[in-house]
Ligand binder design. Sequence first.
Ligand code: FDP
Length: 340
Amino acid sequence: MHRPVGITVSRHIIDSQRLHPEATGELSGLLSELIVAAKTISAEVNMAGLADVIGLSGKTNIQGEEVQKMDEFANNTIKKRMARCGYICVMTSEEEEDIIPVTEGYEGKYTLAFDPLDGSSNIDVNVSIGTIFSIHRRRTSLTMGQGTKEDILQKGSEQVAAGYIIYGSSTMLVFSTGEGVHGFTLDPSVGEFFLSHPDLKIPSKAKYYSINEGNLNYWDKNIRRYIEHVKEIDKDDDRPLSGRYIGTLVSDFHRNLISGGIFLYPVDNKNPEKPSGKLRLMYEAAPFAFIIEQAGGKAITGDGRNISDIEPESLHQRVPLIIGCQYDVELVEDFLMERK
Ligand code: FDP
């Protein structure tokens, strides 16, 4: 389907829905509600640096309202808007221990997992941060009312939609409902997202590698061998790759998707309480895996599993993540399996 640059995200969603005569409009409604939450967060993020300048002291702002930390604000904004939207039956947030129920009487047929503000260490230093979301169809029957953990704990390959919003030099929304990946840029003067990046495809080979090299001495020897490899000079193989690491997964992912790259957060032995790396399956790895596969890339754990095939066991489960251009992800796997 031709998607002309410049159409609004609302029109894009309606056009996509028309491709499915059986669609009830609920997924479209859900996405539209999420987009409103994203715009609210974007406006607040843009003001974040001013909080101190305009004399907000302690916990109250100039209007005497309580000042929330940005991540709390983002979490509350999504929770409040989605609890009564009528399209989901349960939510889970990276910020909360347990599942979040929706308001009684407003139960719908989808579930929502979200990371309200990814890249927490970058919030206070004016570096890009983002919101990530993942949508599944509920497993239990609609007549059962409130959703359960069973509805939420589903593998990535069963996602109906996934996406992210990046609050960068512009605010962008990138998402997929399983029919390619499309990117929209927010025009803040009219408060509307416009299609700017239709049908995004990741380049076949990486130009960039992204990894926190400060962890080098905690890595397995095969990851170290791979990183040595990407730094070697070999003109015929376009090496060395350039290093880029922002430390906000949304931003590192976004750059790699557009320009071609590979992101790695492998297993390390830094913290015995995190034997599977740092990143979360439900809020980070699975939604990005859905998007990257739709864009022609790949996401793996490095121990023989595709991220999308992992059946989650708990809400905050962590997984190692190697994601990006197919060629490079497969090469990392060869190094890890010692085929290289
Ligand atoms: P943060 O802890 O700052 O919220 O999942 C969280 C995350 O950021 C990712 O966005 C980012 O890619 C990664 O952690 C950075 O971790 P390191 O600081 O260990 O590199």
